[in-house]
Design a protein around this ligand. Structure first.
Ligand SMILES: [Zn+2]
Length: 185
């Protein structure tokens, strides 16, 4: 490295790798003339990630509204299909690909009916149709405070990165474990 000015990549690495630079580049880089390009790129990535998180929070908030709304608007018909209250003669078609194509229940089979039963206060029916329906329903209700806090949080990470990831993994693990147990029952 003969002259930092002519080797911006190397120089930038030196200038920007310090912790004082990361995440607060504009105006804070020790050698702005050379380092800002790289800092701006990092900053742009972080800004994109923030925008993506906020967009995700908005999407999940809407999805949760739809799920909760449908749970109240639908009812379970005697055949096991669900239908809107005012359109009881027109049940919605079977939506599970696994069951439609192979006749096998998937780990999520029964969740819609479980939510619908819960929304109507039928706890026993909800548990009978899916043992984890209540847990998923609570998780959907928790989306409201979590996503609203996420939208208000500057980074979009009100609980940090790990807790939401591990919570999601726990739900997936429990759904699959429940499904495996059902296969042997
Ligand atoms: Zn299914």
């Amino acid at each position: 490295m003969s002259n930092a000015t002519f080797e911006p990549d190397v120089f930038v690495m030196e200038a920007c790798s310090g912790s004082d630079c990361a995440g607060s580049c504009p105006g804070s880089c020790p050698v702005e003339a050379v380092a800002l390009d790289d800092c701006d790129a990092g900053e742009a990535d972080e800004a994109r990630a923030r925008r993506w998180r906020h967009q995700r929070h908005r999407q999940m908030l809407w999805m949760s509204c739809v799920v909760v709304g449908l749970s109240f608007l639908l009812q379970v018909r005697p055949g096991g299909l669900v239908a809107f209250h005012a359109l009881e003669s027109y049940p919605l078609p079977q939506s599970c690909l696994s069951r439609s194509l192979f006749g096998i229940d998937c780990p999520g089979c029964g969740l819609t009916r479980s939510f619908v039963y819960l929304a109507h206060g039928q706890w026993r029916e909800s548990l009978a149709i899916h043992r984890l329906g209540w847990l998923l329903a609570v998780s959907i209700l928790l989306q409201f405070p979590y996503r609203i806090l996420g939208l208000r949080h500057p980074e979009g990470l009100p609980l940090g990165r790990r807790i939401p990831v591990w919570y999601g993994r726990m739900l997936i693990f429990l759904l699959i474990a429940n499904w495996v147990v059902l296969l042997f029952e």
